[in-house]
Design a protein around this ligand. Sequence first.
Ligand SMILES: *Cc1c(COP(=O)(O)O)cnc(C)c1O
Length: 475
Amino acid sequence: MRYVSTRGDQTERRFCEILLEGLAPDGGLYLPVAYPQVDTATLARWRGLAYADLAFEILSLYIDDIPAADLKALVARTYTPAVFGTEAIVPVRRLGDSGLLIEALSNGPTLAFKDMAMQLLGHLFEYELGRRGEQLNILGATSGDTGSAAEYAMRGKHGVRVFMLSPHGRMSAFQQAQMFSLQDANIHNIAVEGVFDDAQDIVKDVSNDLAFKRQYKIGTVNSINWARLLAQVVYYFAGYFQATSGRVQATPEQVSFTVPSGNFGNVCAGHVARMMGLPIKHLVVATNENDVLDEFFRTGTYRVRGSAETHETSSPSMDISKASNFERFVFDLVGRDGARTKALFGDAIAREGAFTVSPAEFSAIAGYGFQSGRSTHADRLATIRGTDERFGDLIDTHTADGVKVAAEHVEPGVPMIVLETALPAKFAETIREAVGREPGRPAGLDGIEALPKRFTVMKPDTAAVKAFIQAHCAD
Ligand SMILES: *Cc1c(COP(=O)(O)O)cnc(C)c1O
């Protein structure tokens, strides 16, 4: 499989070439030149596979520059019950008699779905860097989920160091404990005296210093990484098989998914699965008050927001005003026209912060199965309380946005699977507000707030962060 940019550069790259990179040189995102097609016979064969074996089958269609035996071993080491808590890895459960199914993606080490992809990325990075005899220093800014998932994926991995900036004192006690209690020598937590945007600005400044970036082998693990997206394709298949198990039918049954969305990474993986031929009827994009995506699917206008217009909500991992993976879907929507995609994202967004697709493009959206809806703080509280009271099922705030929107889109005869993107233990404050009690924690996480913490507090100063990286690159 070869990969090309969404903005027209036709240079074909292989998987391991783009693995450690971010954007394509022309500013676009990488996508495979074509989506491998999965027929009914293949679906039937995959149905009985263990998760790691299913992951191997799907990844093999996209990765031809890692020997099969190596890829199989990497995947087998990633998706284990020891790391993800169950044999099924992503168990699907019924939400009482609501007609909805919940697919649990958040039983990894950091209790959010980002572990599903990041754990694989950790193994892939270690493998590829070892093969090249190279090192990589991952620099990132986090307000919670991404940073912790990256640290738990990269801890102890050879050839990789993580420098993670977070806003000092602004993460929840649980999130701080999760990240700062890591004692691994290759993990560095930097608490910046400022807000998330200050941390993010430092990362941008450092990345814009190309000489520094090259000399110190600075890389990222942000959500535009194709390997992350690819890893997420697997659980759409796994969820489909569980939701349709025991039903023997001549034609494959369809299911729909509702996906709590921010950067459009998770639901974009669903789009890829659907393009491969997985019988998905609808992909329902659920947003919170930050509803850029819902607005697009309702109106055809994509209008990014500034930080002043971005709301701080109780589903914080969806507080995104510019959906970094959205360009991938739009590239497919406009018939894979790189010049058109560049006009929309490279020109219109850069110039005006917005674009509107043509009427023909807008009416084509339905053919890709997309629908959307939005949810508010009041909706979240009511949904969390409702599912707890009616079904004895306590869900987190992001999943609640999904359940609220899914309920508005269920159709008779089509199983609706809501992706559970985090466990309630991560967002205890809102859970208390909704149900008046503390959410339970998975075994082993009680009292982590009391563990010794390892982090460095810094002024929001790019030079200081660079000096810190230089000093720790000799470790
Ligand atoms: C990252 C995240 C999301 C949003 O996922 P995208 O891929 O950015 O759309 C939703 N819920 C949780 C808990 C997350 O961590």
